[in-house]
Write a protein that binds this ligand. Structure first.
Ligand code: GUN
Ligand code: ZN
Length: 438
């Protein structure tokens, strides 16, 4: 049977390219239509444009979904999140290294039980879709079963997702440790089972330098060199205590990034979470490698890690992505990350514009993850992952929306006051996968 064709009608917003950091978006970067429409066939977008133009030659009996008064955008992307930390969000009073030992590692031990992994994977995806996130790059635990649980759940929902098994062979409870070769053997098995299957992709996931031996980092670099279509994710220069510890553990390296460089982990599909305490030459080296740094504002504030200098990264030509980093992060909602990113920016004299913010969540993050041939835009041939925002979702949003004079103001109100309530519906792979019930 032919795949279903559907027409979504309503205001739409997408980006052709980076709008820049000025108040007004760069010429030609914004694609906005107040009475737009998206024609979907199967999992793909067939046509996008003005409703009247699309309505002229539609097949008979096409199903039209009326989203007038809402705002349709490409599905949001979260470039760094730990699904296994869903249940330790909001644990009080620690910075990174104590937080890992006191809350994170004990919680991750629970994923030795397959049923626990299965339950949390489903809960995490329910929540992600409820906040409009259709793609994420995800840390699992060191248990291979935690990856099977995640990919099984994501595949059943038709989602484009990246994930990987945490590699860690030292400095954590023994139940969480793998071995240099065992960890890579498990990763190879998971790559064979999941990488490239439907919309899933595998990300090599050494947790961070302190929890891997040189042997493990080296073996990971070897796998990446032999399979350059894999992604890689880790943490970098998040916290002062962590940076000092890395210097002690790797005296042969002249800085933290050098540890990853020596082992061949810094490439165009590499995501480094945080990157707060970096020098400009380090940012330059990351930029030269085509890597991206994931700015995780709610996490940086929650763990007291520091203020991410987005402008310094951009000046170095380093790609910045935006991420929740739950459970260090306090909000799965990309709108919550935008709000915190704006606040961090204010403290550094570099406030984030709404244009840049929504670009970042969509095409910006898609480009950072090298997924922009599939997702991140509303365009013909692109995958039909779409979030439907409701600018009147809450009493306060409604008051702001009534006051707003233009799209920029409406977007900014969503950034400051929006949460899961502002997500009216979420579509993935051409199907409605979340519908808010008022
Ligand atoms: N560094 C190493 N592991 C982690 C983690 O789980 N969360 C954060 N925020 N930083 C880390
Ligand atoms: Zn993290």
């Amino acid at each position: 049977s032919r795949p279903a064709m559907r027409l979504l009608r309503g205001p739409l917003l997408s980006f052709h390219h980076d709008p820049g950091d000025s108040d007004a978006p760069a010429e030609g970067s914004v694609f906005h239509d107040e009475d737009g429409a998206i024609l979907i066939e199967g999992g793909l977008i067939r046509r996008v444009g003005h409703y009247a133009a699309l309505a002229e030659d539609l097949p008979a009996n096409i199903e039209t979904i009326d989203y007038r008064g809402k705002l349709m955008m490409p599905g949001f992307i979260d470039t760094h999140v730990h699904y296994v930390q869903l249940d330790i969000m909001a644990c009080w009073g620690r910075q990174l290294l104590d937080w890992l030992n006191d809350y994170t590692f004990p919680e991750e031990c629970r994923f030795a039980r397959q049923v626990h992994a299965d339950v949390i994977a489903e809960a995490f995806l329910d929540e992600s879709l409820r906040v409009g996130t259709t793609t994420a790059q995800v840390f699992c635990t060191s248990h291979p079963g935690s990856v099977d649980a995640f990919f099984t759940a994501a595949r059943r929902r038709g989602l484009r997702m990246l994930a990987g098994k945490v590699l860690m062979d030292r400095h954590a409870p023994p139940e969480l440790l793998d071995s240099p070769l065992g960890g890579l053997a498990d990763s190879e098995r998971l790559i064979a089972d999941w990488h490239g299957r439907d919309r899933l992709g595998y990300t090599l996931t050494p947790r961070f330098a302190p929890t891997s031996t040189r042997e493990q980092l080296d073996a990971t670099g070897g796998v990446l060199a032999s399979a350059p279509d894999l992604h890689l994710q880790t943490h970098l220069s998040e916290n002062h205590g962590e940076v000092d510890w890395v210097a002690e553990l790797f005296p042969e390296s002249h800085d933290y990034l050098d540890v990853y460089e020596r082992h061949g982990l810094v490439g165009p599909r590499s995501t480094f979470a945080h990157g707060i305490h970096l020098t400009q030459p380090m940012r330059q080296r990351l930029a030269d490698a085509g890597a991206n740094v994931a700015f995780c504002p709610t996490s940086n504030l929650f763990l007291g890690s520091g203020l991410f200098d987005r402008q310094a990264c951009r000046q170095a030509g380093l790609t910045v992505s935006l991420a929740s980093d739950v459970g260090g992060g306090t909000d799965l909602s990309p709108l919550g990350s935008l709000k915190a990113a704006y606040q961090v920016g204010q403290l550094l004299g570099q406030p984030l514009t709404a244009w840049q913010g929504f670009y970042q969540l969509t095409l910006g993050n898609a480009r950072a993850l090298r997924l922009d041939e599939h997702i991140g835009q509303l365009r013909p041939g692109g995958e039909a992952d779409i979030v439907i925002l409701d600018p009147d979702a809450s009493p306060l949003l409604k008051r702001q929306n009534a006051r707003c004079r233009n799209l920029a103001e409406r977007l900014f109100a969503l950034m400051m006051l929006g949460d899961d309530r502002a997500v009216h519906a979420t579509w993935a792979n051409g199907e409605c996968v979340h519908q808010r019930l008022d």
